[in-house]
Design a protein around this ligand. Structure first.
Ligand code: NAP
Ligand code: MG
Length: 483
């Protein structure tokens, strides 16, 4: 039975919302040439702020500022000095963590519990981690004297707005590059506060530039001839467009794209823990997670027992006000994303799978979708093949480990996977065979800045995090190529 909780709302005043936000170019906040757009709170549909939109001339200006800062200040600076700026940014993120968490929850719709306990602490950790690398690049395994690439053009999605900004900026800056970052149209606010933190940290003008806007702004950033390296996180479709537009140029590129991860539960797994891992795998951040465990592969002999437990657990999830500290499931980020989740779920019904959701009252305003699972799913179903990017789990069964591997790998994606079993040898056996960048064992959706993250196949290429995450921002200074 679900507990009754008294409301425990975090105060939205902590977000220090402004009515309008400018873009950040060459160390200053300015209006732009592209007009402006509104960002809304997806939990209420209320307009949060008006945000300046970067047009082509703004992108030109930002790239020029980044180039100048690279040539004159950032690349020539002793690496230990660069590291100090990153340490300072990390500490300021910690100091303003509550403000950032509330702002992220308002703009994105994610539960404050997650923004506060996961997103923002990981942002600080990421800056701390790469700050430590700044003066040790010669020991990172890319030659004794690796060099930065120049100006990085970086485009990020809306699911972890601040965290993806940190994943992009921290390694780039540590390696000596300067950055032009475009946040997602629906979630620009925390990246702009991060820009303010850069300003307050005394980061030299032009080292970080933040350009809010829509897809066109992103396209202008990634195709700009003054950009030496492109880093993109988002959909596989846009990733393919970017790869096509950069083919044959000298611009380096890394892509972090979609996923359709298998979370595989064997009959000897600790089932209660597995249930927690399944819930965390697909309902964390409303399932707006590229490495979400969106396909549950459960061994046939325990399928009924596991599903009973899982349904019981889903009935206790609390959906509603993202700013309530007891909320587990927040709002879907946008009307477009909600329409996509509904469409694919309806296709699941039409293809003959069985939909189940716990009794769950949806708020009247805003964009909401209940936690949902589909049983009777076959590998041919679109809900088993396509990324839904919402709180929707497709359940399939298997009998043998070989069959589990075959089904898990039967996807164009390969970002992550989970294995639940009591046997260490089976974990290793599975991990060797799963074509996924990350394999979690008896856990799921765990992140650490020291651990590389990235995809196989259509999930993209390049790694973020860890020593490996530096490689995308360095070239060997002694003529040797990177490892
Ligand atoms: P998206 O369209 O790929 O957006 C990602 C970022 O790229 C956003 O900043 C977007 O701007 C920008 N963008 C759009 N078109 C561009 C272009 N032609 N050139 C350069 N940049 C461009 O992804 P989305 O619409 O946010 O989400 C759609 C799907 O992508 C999701 O349903 C999910 O399957 C997948 N996704 C994956 C991840 C991941 O972490 N791997 C994250 C988010 C989404 P706008 O904000 O204006 O769109
Ligand atoms: Mg928003």
């Amino acid at each position: 039975m679900a507990w009754e909780y008294a409301p425990a709302p975090e105060s939205r005043n902590i977000a220090r919302l402004r009515t309008s936000y400018g873009m950040f170019i060459d160390g200053a906040f300015t209006g732009g040439t592209g007009g402006s757009f509104k960002t809304v709170n997806p939990a209420t549909e209320e307009v949060l702020a008006e945000v300046a939109e970067a047009g082509q001339a703004d992108v030109d200006r930002a790239v020029a500022a980044a180039r100048k800062a690279y040539d004159k200040v950032w690349a020539p600076m002793p690496a230990a000095e660069r590291g100090k700026y990153l340490f300072r940014i990390a500490r300021m993120v910690q100091e303003r963590s509550r403000e950032l968490a509330v702002l992220e929850s308002l703009d994105n719709g994610k539960p404050i519990r997650e923004a506060r306990d996961v997103d923002v602490p990981l942002v600080a950790a990421h800056f701390f981690y790469y700050a430590g690398w700044a003066d040790k690049l010669g020991y990172a395994g890319f030659g004794p004297d690796p060099r930065p690439l120049g100006v990085a053009g970086q485009v990020i999605p809306w699911n972890f707005p601040l965290l993806m900004a940190a994943w992009k900026l921290a390694p780039a800056l540590a390696a000596g590059n300067t950055c032009v970052l475009k946040p997602a149209e629906t979630t620009p606010l925390t990246a702009l506060v991060l820009a303010e933190i850069c300003q307050q940290a005394g980061l030299p003008p032009g080292v970080v530039n933040v350009l809010p806007g829509a897809g066109e702004t992103g396209r202008a950033v990634v195709t700009h001839p003054g950009v030496d390296k492109v880093a993109f996180t988002g959909s596989t479709d846009v990733g393919k467009q970017i790869a096509r537009s950069l083919a044959g140029t000298r611009t380096k590129c890394t892509l972090e794209l979609g996923g359709k991860a298998a979370n595989i539960v064997f009959d000897d797994a600790p089932l209660d823990q597995a249930v927690e891992g399944i819930v965390n795998g697909i309902f964390f951040n409303q399932g707006h997670v590229c490495c979400a465990g969106s396909r549950l592969l459960v061994q046939e002999s325990i399928a009924d027992e596991l599903l009973d437990k899982l349904k019981g657990r889903l009935a206790t999830l609390r959906l509603g006000d993202p700013l309530d500290k007891n909320t587990d499931i927040g709002a879907i980020n946008s009307a477009e994303q909600l329409a996509k989740i509904r469409e694919l779920s309806d296709i699941g019904d039409a293809e003959g799978a069985t939909r189940w959701s716990p009794p769950c009252e949806l708020p009247e305003h805003g964009y909401w979708f209940p936690p949902t699972l589909f049983t009777g799913v076959s590998q041919a179903h679109r809900i088993a093949r396509e990324e839904i990017f919402g709180p929707v789990l497709s359940v399939l069964t298997f009998r043998t480990p070989d069959e589990a591997v075959e089904k898990a790998n039967n996807t164009p994606y390969g970002l992550s996977a989970g294995v639940w079993t009591d046997k260490g040898s089976r974990i290793l056996w599975m991990a060797q065979r799963l074509r996924a960048g990350v394999v979690w064992a008896n856990t799921f959706n765990k992140f650490d800045p020291a651990s590389p993250f990235g995809g196989f196949k259509e999930s993209g290429f390049g790694r973020e995090g860890g020593r490996q995450g530096l490689e995308a921002y360095l070239c060997a200074g002694d003529g040797r190529s990177g490892t």
